[in-house]
Design a protein around this ligand. Sequence first.
Ligand SMILES: NC(=O)c1ccc[n+]([C@@H]2O[C@H](COP(=O)([O-])OP(=O)(O)OC[C@H]3O[C@@H](n4cnc5c(N)ncnc54)[C@H](OP(=O)(O)O)[C@@H]3O)[C@@H](O)[C@H]2O)c1
Length: 349
Amino acid sequence: MDYERLMSEAITLAAPTRPHPNPRVGALVLDAAGMVVGRAAHEGPGRPHAEVVALGQAGLRAAGGTLVVTLEPCDHTGRTPPCTASILAAGVARVVVGAVDPDERVSGRGLARLRAGGLEVHSGIAAAAVEAMDPAYFHQRRTGRPRLTLKAALTLDGQAGAADGTSQWITSAEARADGHRLRAEADAVMVGAGTLAVDDPRLTVRLPGYRGPQPRPVVVAGRRPLPAGARLWERAPVVLAPGERDCPGEVVVVPGPDGVDLAAGLAALAGRGLLDLLVEGGPTLAGALLRAGLVQRGVFYLGARLGGGVGLPGIAGHFATLAAAREVELVSAERLGPDLRVEFFVKEQ
Ligand SMILES: NC(=O)c1ccc[n+]([C@@H]2O[C@H](COP(=O)([O-])OP(=O)(O)OC[C@H]3O[C@@H](n4cnc5c(N)ncnc54)[C@H](OP(=O)(O)O)[C@@H]3O)[C@@H](O)[C@H]2O)c1
C-alpha cells in the first residue's frame, strides 16, 4: 500500500478547509481489499472529526481495513468524544498517521491508545507536507502565538511610502488582488495605530465572487488618540492597547515598555482562536515585531518604481551593523503584472 500517495490524497481533502482554531485534518478509510470506502475533512469546532466522518461513511466495510489520517487522532473528550474510541470500535486493522499532534492534550497519547488496542500504527508519513498544509495550527500549538505573515508593498528600493506618508499606489492592481488572497487565508489582519490614522483601512477581503469568512481586524494602539471616525470600527476589531481605551470593538490591555507588549498581545489573539495572523504594517509595527522575533513569514510586493532618498522605510528601526540583519529563506520570487512578489521565511535566530 502506497502510504505517501494516500496521505497526499488526505492532505488534498483538508487543504481548502477553514476549521481554525481546530486543525485542518483529512481522512480516508480503505476496506480490507484496499478500496477507498470513506473520505472526509474536518470542518471546524463542534463539527465531527474527519476520521469519525470517514469511518461513518465506511460503516461495516471498515472492519479489517485501514484508516489514513493526516493528524494523530485525539484521545480526549473535547466538544466531541475521543476519536480513538471510534477507531477501535470500527475494527480497522491499521492506522496510518501523518503528523503527531503538537497539542499537549493529544501528543503521543492518541498513537499509544491505538497501539494498546492492538492496531498496527504507522506515524510520520509525509509529516512535513501535513505541517505545510496548516502551518499556523502547528506554530500556535507549539508557541502559544499565531503564525505571523508580514505583508508589505514596497518600491524596488525597499521603501514603504514617500516622506509625505503617501503609499497607496506603490504596486499594481494585480499585486493588490494577491494581497486580498493573503487576507482570505488569514484568521486576522493587524495594523498599527499609524496606519489606522493615515490609511483608514477596512482590512476586508474584496475579491470578485469571494464568499468565505472575513478575517478579524486587529489594531495595535499606542499613546496617540485613535481616530474616532475610522472605518475599521464598524468591524469590531480587537484593539491591543497599553492601557484602557474607549473605542468600539474588544480592547485587550497588554502594556509593555514600548507601548503594547507584542508577544503578550499575540498570545491574547491565539486565545481568541486566531491562529493565522497577517500583519499589514506599518513600518514601525513591522520593525518591532521583527526585532521581537515574532515574524515567521513575509510576502513583499515590490512595485516597479524607485523611490530614492529616504521616504518611509519598509521596516523601521536602526540598521546599525550587518550582524543585526535577519536572515531569511527565500520561498519564491515571481512576477505579478508589472511587479514582483517575493515570499520568504524568517530564519530562527
Ligand atoms: N507600503 C506598505 O506596505 C504600507 C503598509 C502599511 C502602512 N504604510 C504606511 O506606513 C505609515 C504608517 O506607519 P507607521 O510606522 O507610522 O505606523 P504603524 O507601524 O502603523 O503604527 C505604529 C504605532 O503603533 C503603536 N504601537 C503600540 N505598541 C507598539 C509597539 N510595541 N511597537 C510598535 N508600535 C506600537 C504606536 O502608536 P503611538 O505612536 O500612538 O504610540 C506606534 O507609533 C503610513 O504612511 C502608511 O501609509 C505602508
